[in-house]
Design a protein around this ligand. Structure first.
Ligand code: C2O
Length: 585
């Protein structure tokens, strides 16, 4: 196999600590990022001026290996149970009420938008004519001219707050998020929640669409595009410098002070700092991106989140990217421990008060586009309940509109696109770390003995039977093999994370994720949903393991070893049962 070298431009920030020096990176590239089976090494460069060249190298990487590993694994959509439901309508502004942070605390101000004059005939939005696409740049690479424009637009938006009822004001824009996410609206008699479900991607896409147009109109620039926080690339794995300048309109006081000045972001952050090197953190990040975009999201609902038609309870379940890294980046950025609820970024009601929120979500939105380019069954959902769900927004001329999910599926039709950046996670298929072959499943307790599990307060390993082994590629094409945990229960006002590994025992180093044995993570962010609910939530968690079984040489095994490692809040997690199922996408 021919060998190819991929260079990741890095180290543009001068404040990196000494354990992360240029020489240690350049000296032994192949040891750092060697992924043996592909004969491909990742070399890291610290010269900011030649990044263009390196990016070309990265783009030149042959992706066929990755795609071959994925080809044809995924079955057809299975949508029958929801055929008779109906889409979520736009929120009823008349009944907008006080948002709450949790069941005891209300938000101290109203998050409701100003009511339009003719509430009952809010028109559908039509895309204005345009001549040129808005191109959203990667934030870390933006030039001074761009930053100055963006700062100016944001400070003008902040000035509009002088009229607290101006829908274009910065606080009113932030309150949009608060109202849609902290229980200010009701639909179908239940609280509306745009997170933890398939509304996550389309809601935020429309939200940013209007926010971007408002900023552009405030500086008379119809081509202004929001920057994206390129956290899926090593160069962007830190708070973008333009947001870290005190006194600038892009700065926010309420951020975790130990995560400023170039600290490497942990895309799996759940409150605790992982004691590992910055290089390991970045390696873990690329592994998490590979798992969330590719391995664990072969089917649309796994990527977008669970169905949320009118009349059903909010928060049916997150998609992979909402789960990780979207949520960890919120928590990582928010001001823990100085603020009571991780404000601003660490709580939905306040997240929009930090300008970096929109930059973070631009990259979340970019992941939607990237995922669709990854092939297999990775396409937009086709359910009418999703396509016809609606939201309410004001445009840049202060006119109120209703918008539909079906109109936000193509960014170019909406008038914007992303400046391309390499996506090194695509080529980051983890390799096997277990050298001893198959773990002896006979020495492990079977799943039937371990479950129901009262608490996940320490790592546990068990053996579990597969419904079929040695599956043919056609069988894999028709049905995805899913490791399934039923009725996971915990207090959903707490932070939760546990990780899942295959074919290892309890001694696994769970701080190093870059191995094919790492299957994925379950996480939960404290949140409010619905009235009269207890905090005990009960969810099903599924991991697509077809590719992992191949990568770990376990395809012919009838029984495999599974290890769960609690990372946050494990004492409070109980799990009813575990099984492996074959399911269509
Ligand atoms: Cu609406 Cu990132 O949250």
């Amino acid at each position: 196999m021919a060998s190819s070298t991929t260079t990741l431009p890095l180290c543009t920030n001068k404040t990196l600590s000494s354990s992360f020096t240029n020489t240690s990176f350049v000296a032994k590239p192949s040891q750092l990022f060697l992924h043996g089976r592909r004969s491909q090494s990742f070399k890291v460069s610290c010269n900011a001026n030649n990044s263009g060249e390196h990016e070309k190298n990265l783009d030149g990487v042959d992706r066929r290996n990755v795609l071959l590993g994925l080809g044809g694994l995924y079955g057809a959509a299975n949508l029958a149970p929801l055929a008779t439901a109906s889409p979520i309508p736009p929120p009823d502004l008349k009944s907008c009420s006080r948002a709450h942070i949790n069941d005891k605390e209300e938000v101290s101000y109203s998050c409701c938008p100003p009511k339009p004059e003719d509430l009952d005939s809010v028109p559908y939005y039509k895309f204005p004519s345009m001549t040129k696409l808005r191109i959203r740049p990667p934030a870390h690479a933006a030039d001074e001219e761009y930053i100055a424009k963006y700062q100016l637009a944001t400070s003008r938006m902040r000035e509009l707050d002088k009229d607290p009822f101006d829908p274009l004001g910065f606080k009113q824009q932030a309150n949009i998020h608060c109202a849609y996410c902290n229980g200010a609206y009701k639909v179908g008699g239940k609280e509306l929640q745009v997170h933890f479900s398939w509304l996550f991607f389309p809601f935020h896409r429309w939200y940013l669409y209007f926010y971007e147009r408002i900023l552009g109109s405030l500086i008379n620039d119809p081509t202004f595009g929001l920057p994206y926080w390129n956290w899926d690339h090593p160069k962007g794995m830190r708070l973008p410098p333009m947001f870290d300048v005190p006194g600038s309109s892009l700065y926010d006081e309420k951020r975790n002070q130990s995560h400023r000045n170039g600290t490497i972001v942990d895309l799996g952050h759940f409150g605790d700092e992982v004691q590992t090197t910055q290089l390991q953190t970045m390696t873990n990040n690329l592994t998490l991106m590979y798992r969330q975009m590719i391995t664990n999201a072969p089917c649309p609902l796994l990527f977008f989140g669970q169905p949320y038609p009118l009349g059903t309870d909010p928060s049916p379940g997150m998609g992979t990217i909402e789960n990780i890294p979207h949520t960890p980046i919120h928590i990582w950025t928010g001001d823990n421990p100085r603020q009571p609820h991780g404000e601003n970024m660490g709580n939905f009601y306040s997240a929009g008060l930090d300008p970096v929120f929109y930059c973070h979500h631009a990259n979340v939105d970019r992941m939607w586009s990237e995922w669709k380019q990854t092939g297999g069954k990775r396409r937009d959902l086709t359910q009418k309940d999703w396509l016809n769900s609606e939201f309410f927004f004001y445009d840049e001329n202060r006119n109120p509109f209703r918008v539909k999910v079906r109109d936000c599926l193509d960014t170019k039709k909406m008038g914007y696109d992303y400046a391309p950046m390499p996506t090194p996670w695509r080529n980051f298929k983890p390799i096997r770390k277990t050298t001893t072959g198959k773990v002896n499943t006979g020495s492990l307790p079977p799943a039937s003995k371990v479950f129901p599990l009262a608490k996940l307060d320490r790592a546990i390993s068990f053996s579990i039977n597969r419904p079929a082994s040695s599956r043919t590629s056609q069988e894999k094409n028709e049905q995805e093999e899913m490791l399934t945990f039923n009725k996971i229960q915990y207090d959903d006002s707490k932070y939760i994370r546990f990780d899942v590994f295959l074919n290892v025992d309890k001694t696994v180093n769970a701080d190093e994720l870059d191995k094919s044995e790492f299957a994925g993570s379950y996480t939960s962010l404290p949140h409010v949903h619905g009235d009269n609910t207890t905090h005990v939530t009960s969810v099903t968690f599924q991991l697509a393991i077809t590719e992992l079984l191949e990568d770990n040489g376990l395809e012919d095994e009838d029984t495999i070893a599974v290890t769960l490692v609690p990372k946050k809040g494990g004492e409070g997690i109980s799990i009813d049962s575990a099984e492996i199922k074959l399911v269509e996408c």
